[in-house]
Design a protein around this ligand. Structure first.
Ligand code: SAH
Ligand code: SF4
Length: 402
């Protein structure tokens, strides 16, 4: 049963459901299970105790190293074992509803997650791939919608909220690798090691899609453990960044338990403005947020925290704001990312003028922060930061009407 939350509900922190390609398919999806859960599933399927470790390794390799979607292709398993597993287990992905490709090469997938919840028979989530000269970043979602209501963010206006399971988070990476053709097939298929980092299309992962990852902590943690596992997807934790609006009590756990890089959606340099833009600030004000950053486990000049700052005309973009920003971050190993506001239909803000962004950036630059402006990507397909919002809301609206 999938977990669906109203915006008024407290988000559940755990929803360890499985991924399945359709509600009619009752097989257990193995995507997103950790090794212990995988072992338990194989045990239930009658695999003998002596063989479990080996079978877990074979299945793990099939899913995360080879990218197999069907047991027919898992030739490391004996034929009868393949047939037996295929009856009980699924390696299929959730369905891609649409794939859009931007003129700049950015790709956006709308993915349908089936659910058994009659209030929301299917949910949709978006993932975005951004190719650059020397890297490729996959931006994934942690929730459908978001319970927080940042006033400049399109996702925050979506009513329906669902915590993605570990499998649903991982499936976004598998789908991206499927469509980008990034599995070791052909002559390299016999090699047991994952593709080297430098030849990869997806070199980086950012949890900057839909949702607040720290309100879905356990599933995000398990998914990132799988994404960084050296026997499979093997994306280094140094190349995974989790972005939070500032859920202060969970921040230290990102360093201690997940071990990925941290980004903070700062967006304002004083409490009144931040209260307006990022309302969670009323609960965890700037002072507490910055303290959590100062004390972030493992933070150093080599492992800086990224501070995101969306440029909103006349709201947070004065040159005094820029100077205050530099002052505020003093002593914290930081990178600053200025994000030109990405407008969406009905948005109550405008992007700052380019000239103003450049002046703002110059102050940041002079304080020693390199190249702070983030180039907007995929604007023509509404794939940019904060523009992701699925059609799930419409599904619910039509249900209410019927
Ligand atoms: N919920 C998390 C992660 C998802 S949002 C968070 O808030 O950090 C990813 C980033 O996009 C955040 O920095 C967010 O503030 C920013 N963002 C949201 N809407 C935006 C918009 N319309 N234009 C530019 N950036 C936006
Ligand atoms: Fe949620 Fe992040 Fe959007 Fe705020 S910016 S509403 S926390 S997704």
């Amino acid at each position: 049963m999938a977990t669906v939350l109203d915006r008024t509900d407290q988000p559940a922190t755990r929803a360890r459901d499985a991924v399945s390609p359709s509600p009619a398919d009752t097989r257990l999806s193995l995507i997103g299970l950790n090794r212990e859960e995988l072992a338990a599933a194989l045990h239930d399927a009658g695999v003998r105790e002596k063989q479990i470790r080996m079978r877990v390794g074979q299945v793990w390799n099939a899913i995360y190293h080879r990218g197999h979607t069907s047991f027919d292709d898992v030739t490391t398993l004996a034929k009868d074992c393949r047939a037996d597993f295929a009856k009980r287990f699924s390696l299929e992905r959730p369905k891609i509803v649409t794939e859009q490709v931007s003129s700049d090469g950015t790709r956006k997938w709308l993915i349908r997650l089936p659910s058994n919840n009659p209030r929301a028979p299917s949910l949709e989530v978006e993932a975005v791939y951004i190719p650059e000269a020397n890297r490729g970043t996959l931006c994934i979602s942690s929730q459908v919608g978001c319970t927080l209501n940042c006033t400049f963010c399109h996702t925050g206006t979506q009513k329906l909220v669902h915590n993605l399971t570990s499998g649903e988070i991982i499936a976004q990476i598998l789908i991206a690798r499927d469509t980008l053709g990034e599995w070791p097939i052909g002559p390299s298929a016999s090699k047991s090691r994952p593709a080297p980092q430098e030849n990869r299309l997806i070199t980086n992962i950012v949890l900057m899609g839909m949702g607040e990852p720290l309100y879905n902590f356990d599933n995000v943690k398990q998914a990132m453990a799988i994404a960084s596992d050296g026997d499979g997807l093997s994306v280094s934790k140094r190349r995974i960044t989790l972005s939070t609006s500032g859920v202060v009590p969970e921040i230290a756990r990102v360093g201690d338990e997940i071990g990925v890089m941290l980004a903070i959606s700062l967006h304002a340099v004083n409490n009144p403005t931040r209260d307006l833009l990022v309302p969670i600030n009323k609960k965890y004000p700037l002072e507490e947020l910055l303290d959590a950053c100062r004390n972030f486990p493992g933070v150093s000049n080599a492992r800086r925290i990224t501070f995101e700052y969306v440029m909103l005309k006349g709201v947070n973009d004065s040159l005094k704001d820029a100077k205050d920003l530099v002052r505020l971050l003093k002593g914290i190993p930081a990178k600053i990312n200025l994000i030109p506001f990405n407008a969406w239909p009905g948005a109550p803000y405008e992007c700052s003028d380019w000239e103003q962004i450049e002046k703002f950036a110059e102050i940041i630059n002079r304080a020693g922060y390199a190249s702070p402006i983030r180039t907007p990507r995929g604007r023509d397909i509404m794939a940019a930061c904060g523009q992701l919002k699925s059609a799930s809301e419409k599904i619910r609206a039509s249900q209410v009407a019927s």
